[in-house]
Design a protein around this ligand. Structure first.
Ligand code: IVH
Length: 668
């Protein structure tokens, strides 16, 4: 490539990132995900370094790589920061961390490292005078922030008064917990409003609300991690900073450690990779800081970041590729999913050729079309997903809406702003096939080795059309055992497993019926109330609203399902076939009978571990604190639920107290 072309590419990249910065910092409405941002800004840093000679000083100075971003547009009072609020340099590998440590080693005699999670929120700087919170500023452009004091006063993790009279400036991160974010988005969706794209934007949108009452309702949280002018408070290390903060009732994370070697850091990184999945807030890596504050001034800083701290980011798991085609698939309830095929690309060791686009709303929002260059993300077991365009398109150029079901040609029904579309054709062959596959699957009737291939074959042969037909398959045994590609032994095993399924539970059967919105958990709850299949058609589902487990949408779906003749026939036929299945309670004891728990915070084991114990002991689990709650089982870093429990005088118990309760009640 010649120099003019390279220069144009770099200037275009600068322009694109400047637009992203504006959307992120000024409009609280990011256009791209963090991963894309990081990938592109890193690309720009590299290119600018490699081709620095092609640019004038001015051109480089205006690059987003040189700015701390954002000049704010909103109406909050602008206030200068006494000390700039900097950003953090990033490391993606142990080698890069080693480099950071080497630089510290070169400049210090004794050093240790302080390591903690990087909270995905927005930074805040708090000033206390005479023990009172007098000012709270956002970062703004790093030099000038916005005065959000009235809003900060609504955040319970930020003390309004402290028992420390010297002037103090504390910095930290404001965030919205995942549980509150989900609750907020569900409410927004119910009211037909557009949900926030992630907890950080929701937190930013909340902190910059003009009405502090809204802020109070939304329950923001905060972790504090830094004190300006530590010498004046006689604080010598980061560890002491945290002790000081805790002493004066500032919330700090408790997942911090003081370490000395790269091996220990590697272990923390590996441990935290799993641990972060259990937290009720989002993190975007970890921060490693020099523990000894006396060296901070000497190590200094660049215009953007200090040399005494670095952020480690986990590998982004994304790749760039091209959309080859866009198509829809139809699920067992008729739900439409948009997908695409891709130019094959490798992500964390595996080849990705297809990705989900979720729904048409998503395709429209991202302005996606065939031949677009896109970013694809693959995280853990999750199906790969397209997360954005590589190059911004400044006109609408979106793949046309698919109006008809590709399997039965019936018009698709748009149930909610293209977020939810359905094929409503009762005879759609695809829906029917998906229903049969689901009914046979492990979590439902658990038939031996009954996957898509064999179910397809049985459908073609005319042996299988409805779920009740599984139980008459044995009538075709003579021809089944002669099928090509399916050994007689496995056919017998299949028929055997179908017979055995007559002992299954009502909950697995209800889940297997593919009723809209009825997942495994809800099916179990309904089974616990309905008790046997022969009660199902006449059950008064409206009664279920008084429990915390399900809402109107699910009840509506159940009522609709049992009103349709075709479904009535299925249930009656199943009963005739001897499948009046019963609820198989997995309750082992009544230790927690009539006791209701709410669980919050970070516990030593995943939340569902405790839920299981409560359920098997006949206790209730509630999502929100109310007067009916008996106990709040409370782990670390709890937020609004803890506050509410205190207000309502609900008993708050730790993990140890929970086990004690189990023991004491058992022995009664
Ligand atoms: S220390 C020089 N510690 O990340 C700034 N920052 O990407 C010292 N952040 O602006 C910051 N969690 O808003 C520090 N545990 C943590 C953090 C943290 C989140 C934010 C902070 C900073 C940004 C840089």
């Amino acid at each position: 490539m010649d120099n003019t072309k390279i220069k144009k590419e770099i200037l275009d990249l600068q322009k694109k990132i400047n637009e992203w910065d504006n959307a992120y910092y000024n409009l609280d409405s990011p256009i791209v995900s963090d991963e894309i941002y990081d990938t592109e800004i890193n690309k720009l840093i590299k290119l600018e370094k490699q081709y620095a000679s092609l640019f004038t000083y001015e051109e480089l100075k205006n690059s987003p790589t040189q700015k701390i971003n954002a000049s704010s547009l909103t109406i909050f009072k602008k206030v200068n920061h006494d000390y700039p609020m900097l950003s953090l340099n990033k490391a993606y590998s142990l080698e890069e961390i080693q480099k950071f440590i080497d630089n510290i080693k070169k400049n210090t005699l004794d050093y240790s490292l302080f390591i903690e999670p990087k909270i995905d929120g927005l930074s805040i700087s708090l000033k206390y005078h005479n023990g009172k919170l007098i000012q709270a500023l956002t970062r703004g452009d790093g030099l000038v922030g916005e005065d959000v004091t009235q809003n900060a006063l609504q955040i319970s993790d930020i003390p309004k008064e402290i028992d420390y009279k010297k002037d103090l400036e504390v910095r930290g991160e404001v965030y919205l917990s995942l549980s509150i974010f989900n609750e907020l988005n569900n409410n927004l969706k119910l009211k037909g409003n557009i949900p926030f794209s992630n907890p950080r934007n929701a937190a930013a949108g909340t902190l910059r609300q003009l009405d502090p009452k809204i802020v109070a309702k939304r329950n923001l949280s905060a972790f504090l991690y830094y004190i300006i002018n530590h010498q004046e408070h006689n604080i010598k290390t980061m560890n002491e900073t945290f002790m000081f903060l805790q002493k004066y009732n500032f919330k700090t994370t408790n997942i911090y450690k003081v370490l000395t070697s790269l091996d220990e850091i590697e272990k923390y990184i590996n441990d935290f990779k799993n641990q972060k999945l259990l937290l009720d807030y989002e993190t975007d890596g970890i921060v490693i800081k020099l523990n000894e504050l006396k060296y901070y001034d000497m190590l200094g800083q660049t215009q953007k970041f200090p040399h005494w701290a670095i952020a480690f980011k986990y590998e982004p798991n994304i790749a760039e590729t091209k959309i080859k085609s866009i198509f829809v698939t139809i699920g067992r309830t008729g739900l439409v999913t948009y997908n695409c095929s891709l130019d094959p690309t490798q992500i964390s060791g595996s080849i990705v050729e297809y990705a989900t686009l979720n729904n048409y709303n998503y395709v429209k929002e991202l302005n996606l079309n065939v031949n677009d260059k896109v970013y694809v993300k693959k995280a853990g077991e999750i199906i790969p997903c397209i997360i954005g365009l590589v190059s911004y398109k400044n006109k609408i150029d979106v793949y046309p809406h698919i109006d008809k079901c590709p399997y039965c040609n019936s018009l698709l029904y748009n149930a909610n702003n293209y977020l939810e579309e359905y094929c409503l054709n009762r005879n759609c062959p695809e829906i029917n096939k998906r229903k049969l596959i689901h009914f046979a699957s492990k979590d439902c009737m658990n038939f031996f080795s009954m996957g898509e291939k064999i179910i397809n074959k049985f459908i073609q042969l005319g042996y299988l059309n409805s779920v009740t037909d599984f139980y008459t398959l044995k009538e075709y045994i003579a021809s089944l055992t002669k099928l090509d590609n399916f050994g007689p032994k496995s056919i017998l095993k299949i028929l055997d497993s179908i017979e055995k399924s007559r002992e299954n539970s009502l909950e697995s059967l209800l889940f297997g019926l593919s009723i809209k919105h009825i997942g495994q958990k809800v099916a179990t709850f309904i089974a616990s109330k309905v008790l046997k299949l022969s009660n199902f058609l006449t059950y008064n589902f409206d009664l279920l609203i008084s429990y915390n487990e399900i809402g109107e949408k699910i009840i509506g779906s159940l009522k609709q399902w049992v009103s349709e003749q075709e479904n009535i026939n299925i249930v009656n036929k199943l009963i005739d076939l001897g499948l009046d299945l019963k609820y198989k309670s997995n309750i082992k004891s009544k230790t927690f009978e009539n006791i209701s728990f709410v669980i919050t915070g970070t516990l030593s084991k995943p939340r569902n571990y405790f839920e299981q114990i409560i359920k098997t002991n006949n206790g209730n689990i509630m999502n929100a604190i109310s007067k009916k709650t008996t106990y709040l089982l409370c782990g670390d870093d709890a937020g609004s639920k803890l506050k509410k429990a205190k207000e309502l005088n609900i008993k708050i118990i730790s993990e140890d107290e929970f086990y004690n309760l189990l023991k004491t009640n058992e022995s009664k």
